[in-house]
Design a protein around this ligand. Structure first.
Ligand code: HEM
Length: 453
């Protein structure tokens, strides 16, 4: 159903005015816009975008629960993620719905089981150690690019199984260029509102396609090399090549290309941003930084580190919301919603509810220690239900290892500088200045890890 046919009078109220303006505020002033709407209309409100979408934004855990527990046949996610299609490809698990999504997801799940993470731990630590050892001492720098380099190398090694440093560089460079091409908010706007079909070379999408071609070629090269290689390996590409569905079918090359691109994009940028936000929060919260250092130095567990990671993902969620399109009229949160409407559980707004998180703007990892930790639908940086992030365990494990390495190797200077504002980068919320830090001392040589991971 086209948005113009949806009867807005039956939906919760929201900002009026030209849909192009609403879309622009939503994309360019995301956090401010969401909070302003919440203050004016309450936690559930409707926005109408000039892409033709009508979206009910829900800063309400009860609605998130209904959406995540709802039938996948009624609530399509792929349709909501369609803006990613030109890059990820039509067979990406992020874009599929119904039985096709389930098939693809089942094939991809095993390599991401919590247990498997240990196999990747050593690689994660080795990569983190090497990058942190190169951090400058005594001058401020943005931590986000170095976190991107770390998470990209980790993905290339664990997902593609790339071993040689030269190969990592060869793959990383075109990938970085592709991602950076979506960095500018205005370019992002033009990508959202221009068609990707038949893109001319100098059009916004034409430029993205030009950057994508070498990445595609490299991905296909990796698939071919791994198919030709009989040696057993434990990287994710090898596991995907060996995976079979219920009918005994394997993933095709085209499916593998789209899934690898999905893992590259969904897996490295998100985790790098979450790490940058954690550092941005830590240097502004000396109490937490000190307690964390003590825990790492004592070598006694990772409870406070894990709580700090959760609190960073709460206060600065990297993905601000998820989106589903109703395939038939549904009653959600007591509202009668028509088919065609989108509903978006707002991770950003749910994480800022004062009734769930007293003093919601304070950075306080203690919230996640002890009995009354937030519930499943109150802390949802990875979404939920049948579409919950496939890489959640991977990301949390990686964050733990990278942060533990940072805390053990680098002394970070605290600051009373203002918080870094949120900047939108494609579908993520990133720190505007990249999480600026100053290292006052760097431990001279890598010492063996003292924290059990
Ligand atoms: C801190 C880091 C990360 C965050 C915040 C994050 C967040 C998310 C969110 C919010 C979703 C959408 C869930 C929904 O629609 O309900 C998602 C989906 C997904 N993520 Fe992540 N993610 C992270 C890291 C990763 C990593 C490391 C990987 C893989 C290596 C990954 C792979 C995926 C995939 C494949 C999906 C699609 C799942 C499906 O549609 O069935 N993510 N992620």
């Amino acid at each position: 159903m086209a948005a113009s046919e949806i009867d807005l009078s039956r939906l919760p109220p929201g900002p009026t005015g030209p849909s192009a303006l609403v879309a622009m505020r939503f994309l360019l002033r995301g956090p401010h816009f969401l909070e302003a709407c919440r203050d004016r209309y309450g936690p559930v409100f409707t926005i109408r975008l000039n892409t033709g979408r009508t979206v009910v934004i829900a800063g309400d855990p009860a609605i998130a629960k209904e959406v995540f527990q709802g039938s996948a046949d009624d609530l399509y996610a792929g349709a909501g993620n369609v803006v990613l299609k030109p890059i990820l490809g039509a067979r990406s698990v992020l874009l599929l719905d119904g039985p096709e999504h389930l098939r693809q997801r089942r094939l991809m799940l095993p390599p991401f089981h919590g247990e498997r993470m240990r196999a990747y731990g050593e690689t994660m630590r080795e990569v983190a150690e090497r990058h942190v050892a190169r951090w400058p001492v005594g001058r401020a720098f943005a931590v986000h690019p170095t976190m991107q380099a770390i998470t990209l190398e980790i993905i290339l090694r664990t997902v593609f199984g790339v071993q040689e440093r030269a190969d990592v560089e060869r793959l990383a460079e075109p990938m970085k260029r592709l991602l950076n091409s979506t960095d500018q908010p205005l370019r992002l706007l033009s990508l959202q509102f221009t068609s990707s079909a038949n893109a001319k070379p100098r059009s916004p999408w034409g430029r993205v396609y030009a950057l994508m071609a070498p990445v595609d070629a490299l991905i296909h090269e990796q698939i071919a090399a791994r198919r030709a290689d009989a040696e057993p390996r434990d990287d994710i590409l090898s596991l995907l090549l060996a995976a079979r569905d219920e009918d005994g079918n394997a993933l095709t090359d085209a499916e593998l290309r789209d899934e690898l691109m999905t893992l590259l994009l969904a897996g490295h940028e998100t985790t790098a941003t979450a790490l940058a936000w954690t550092v941005e929060r830590l240097v502004r919260t000396p109490r937490v930084l000190t307690r964390l250092r003590e825990e790492v130095e004592s070598g006694e567990g990772t409870d406070y580190l894990d709580a700090t990671i959760k609190e960073a993902l709460r206060l600065r969620p990297v993905v601000p919301g998820v989106i589903r399109q109703l395939q038939r009229p549904l009653r959600i949160g007591g509202m009668e919603l028509p088919a065609g409407v989108h509903v978006s559980p707002s991770i950003y707004l749910i994480h800022r509810r004062a009734d769930v998180y007293p003093e919601p703007y304070a950075f306080r990892p203690e919230r996640f220690l002890g009995e009354d930790a937030p519930g499943t639908y109150e802390w949802l940086p990875f979404g939920g239900g049948i579409r919950r992030c496939l890489g959640a365990s991977f990301a949390l494990y990686e964050m733990r290892i990278v942060l533990e390495t940072v805390l053990r190797r680098a002394e970070l200077e605290t600051t009373d500088a203002a918080s870094e504002p949120v900047k939108r980068r494609f579908v993520t919320y990133t720190p505007r200045d990249g999480g600026r830090v100053r290292v006052t001392r760097l431990a001279p040589a890598a010492s063996p890890a003292r924290v059990a991971v």
